[in-house]
Each structure stands twice: as C-alpha cells, then as structure tokens.
Design a protein around this ligand. Structure first.
Ligand SMILES: Cc1cc2nc3c(=O)[nH]c(=O)nc-3n(C[C@H](O)[C@H](O)[C@H](O)COP(=O)(O)O)c2cc1C
Length: 338
C-alpha cells in the first residue's frame, strides 16, 4: 500500500523535472528550518529511536541522509526534525562551481532509479562554512551527528587534489562530527583515479595528519565506488587500515547501466534499486576483509533492503533515491521493522 507521501506529495513533485522538484523540496525544508511550528510538524514523521555509538558519536538511529541531497547544508534542522539519525551534507568543493549543464538528473520510475551527472554543483567551502556558522549561532544546530562530504573542485588538477581537499577540510572541520572523503563520484573527470593505492595513500596521509590534530580529532570516512574490482577493493582497504580510517561508505553511484533499457539510458551515475545488490555485496566483502565500520548506501527502499545491509555487516545506512521515491515515512517503516 502506498504511504501518504507516495499518494499525495510525490505525484505533485513528479510533475516537475527532477532538479526543479529537488529545489522546491529543499527550499521548503530550508524555510521550515526557521520555524519551530514547521519543525514540530516535520517531527510527526519521526521514527522510533534506537541509539548507537560509533566513531565516538551517538546516533539516535542508524539511518542517515546520504550526501548530495543537501549539498550546501541549507536545511539541517529540517532533516533532523524528519528523524534522520545523522546528516551528511556535500559534496562540498574548495571552489564554488555550477556543475554540469542541465538537464542532469533523470528519474526512471519503472526501475526505481535515478541517473545524475550533476558534477558537484555547490556553493564552495567558504560560503558553506559561513552558512554553517550562522546555523550554529541561531541555536538551531541539530542534535544528531553532522558529516561533511568533501570532494575535488573540477578546475583543480589531480596533482593538486590533496591541497584542494585540505582547503575544504580546514574550512569545514569545526562544523563536522565526521568528514567523508568522496573519491568515487563518476561525474568529475579523474576523481575516481584517487582510489588508486598510491594516490589514496598520499591523500589519506595528508588529511589524516590534520584530522588527528586540534582539540577534537575528526573521524575520517572514505566513500568508494561500486565499480571497483575485487583486487582494487582489497588494495583500498589496506590503505585505509594503514592510515587509521574510521569508516567506509559503500557505495556511491554506479556506471554499470546494464539493467537500464537503452532508450531510457543517460550518461551519469545510476542509483536506487538497480544498485542494491551490487552495493550490498561490497558491504559484505568489506566486512569480511576488514574491521573498519561500513556505512551502507545504495538502493535502500524498504525495511527489507535496510535489513539486508545490516545483515551484510553495515553499522549505519544512508538514504537518497529511496527517500525521493518513498518519502519521510520510509524512515519509520525501516525502524519499525528492524
Ligand atoms: C542526484 C544525486 C546526487 C548525488 N550527489 C552526491 C554527492 O554530491 N556526493 C556523494 O558522495 N554522493 C552523491 N550521491 C550519491 C548518494 O549519496 C548515494 O551514495 C547513492 O545515490 C546510492 O544510494 P541510493 O541508491 O540510496 O541513492 C548523489 C546521488 C544522487 C542520486
């Protein structure tokens, strides 16, 4: 049976193209973030709480907002009010950038999927740090952990990538409970090359040196692609372990479009139901090979797919495409059946 969002709100939102619908939703949630009465209303969707401690942080429940839904961190209080147990904003890059030409997000309702080639459109680390500072001053900073996902600016060469990440890290670390290094989005040319052991080692070493300093060391998470071979995954896990990485997010979107009919296909990263099995297999493999905790992301649409991720070894999960199709009631559905 369809839930309230699927019956009433989704048909309205799906009248617009995917990016416009996304903007409308975010604008609404941004506005709601300023009003206690609106936040109270959003809290009516909250799932039951099941606290969990990881990375030295307390998560009221294990369901997080995946990176990309709120790239610029404009609606933190609203996401917390909806009941997310943690919120990951970004991907943020050192420089503000417009991203790829539009259209660049495509819905595939039959496949319960999305394809995007956004290319890290975001306001940049400076503006986002300023915004987060204002939220903190307003007293509306969420009580749930906030992660900040950082990536390489499109204009920065691969050789300069480490400095680019370092810039964002330094600007944003004071606002983050954890930092995710995104080295796996398929829409920034060359980004996935940072998954090569030597390059990854250099990046993790540089950021790790910074993360361990200061009064509050930051847990570092590495977000990986589902298109890695078994050998590549094993090599990445070894580098992550050597560098004391706190967690792995598995996985980002895939470039494997073999499940998509050619007439519906678009260039970009595929997310949602067609990614589920593959990303769950990655979670299982990481849990088998390593003790690094896994945040599972990919194709979670209902309690069953969430349960599969935990069975495969996930410590936490994140939602993106499932949230677009199933709405806020998905959180309660998952928590009621966990
Ligand atoms: C439109 C869109 C934008 C995304 N942007 C980002 C991003 O900026 N950074 C990132 O790490 N992941 C990004 N992702 C990937 C998601 O965070 C998630 O890892 C992936 O979509 C798999 O989960 P899902 O099947 O629940 O969507 C994006 C996904 C979508 C659909």
């Amino acid at each position: 049976m369809k839930n309230g969002y699927e019956r009433f709100l989704r048909p309205l939102l799906f009248c617009f193209n995917a990016e416009t619908a996304h903007h409308l939703t975010l604008e609404l949630l941004q506005k709601a973030s300023h009003f206690d009465s609106a936040l109270r209303l959003l809290r009516s969707f909250q799932p039951s709480s099941k606290p969990k401690t990881l990375f030295g942080l307390t998560f009221p429940n294990p369901i997080g907002l995946a990176a990309g839904l709120d790239k610029n961190g404009i609606a933190l209080p609203a996401w917390a009010a909806l009941g997310f147990g943690f919120i990951e904003i970004g991907t943020v890059t050192a420089k503000a950038q417009p991203g790829s030409p539009k259209p660049r997000i495509f819905r595939l309702p039959e496949q319960q999927a999305l394809i995007n080639r956004l290319g890290f459109n975001n306001d940049g680390a400076d503006a986002i740090a300023e915004r987060l500072c204002a939220v903190r001053k307003s007293g509306r900073w969420p009580t749930v952990p906030v992660g900040i996902n950082i990536g390489k600016s499109g204009a920065t060469s691969l050789e300069e990538a480490t400095n680019d990440y370092l810039y964002s890290f330094r600007m944003l670390r004071e606002f983050a409970d954890y930092i995710t290094l995104n080295i796996s989005s398929p829409n920034t040319p060359g980004l996935r090359d940072l998954q090569e052991p030597e390059k990854l080692s250099q990046l993790l070493n540089a950021i790790g040196n910074e993360a361990g300093t200061g009064t509050a060391p930051k847990p570092l998470i590495v977000k990986i692609s589902p298109d890695l071979s078994g050998a590549e995954l094993t090599a990445i896990l070894a580098v992550c372990e050597e560098n004391g990485i706190s967690g792995i997010t598995a996985t980002n979107t895939t470039l494997d479009h073999s499940s998509i009919p050619p007439q519906l296909d678009q260039a970009g990263g595929l997310s949602g139901a067609p990614l589920e099995t593959k990303s769950t297999a990655f979670v299982r493999e990481i849990a088998a090979q390593s003790t690094i905790p896994v945040i599972a992301s990919g194709g979670i649409f209902h309690a069953q797919s969430a349960r599969e991720k935990f069975r495969a070894g996930a410590a936490l999960i994140q939602l993106y495409t499932g949230f677009v199709y199933r709405g806020p009631q998905l959180l309660r559905e998952i928590m009621d059946k966990l």
